[in-house]
Unconditional design. Sequence first.
Length: 151
Amino acid sequence: MSTIVSDMIWPVEFAVTDTSFSNGGLSTEERESGTVFAPKFDSSGLLTAVVVDHASGEALVVAHMNAEALEATLATGKVHFWSRSRERLWMKGETSGHVLAVEQVLVDCDQDALLIRATPAGPTCHTGELSCFYRQIELRDGAPVIRRREP
């Protein structure tokens, strides 16, 4: 099965079950070195997705995906997440128009986290900041404090 995403063809080999993805009975070697994409969701049915700017490499947002969000992301080429607080699927930028166009999806060695390289159509953070990581922690008099980081 292939899905066209951002003018790229993604060879997507799913291990499909009634929950969309499974470990497919993969050995550790197959999971870490093979070609079968079988994401390892946590006990809540989620995996972590880190999104970075395709051009700059800057971290934009970290959120969670369930199988539905992952399928929607791969099918549409726009980043989708599962909102734990709202308990629903959402496309990043669905109300603001600041969508994240997928350029590349990387999976880690044991397939329980994704790194998504995307092109943002505007600020990524709901605060209006370009990135959700616009503050940094510093120690002042031995205590951690947060300050706005320089761009």
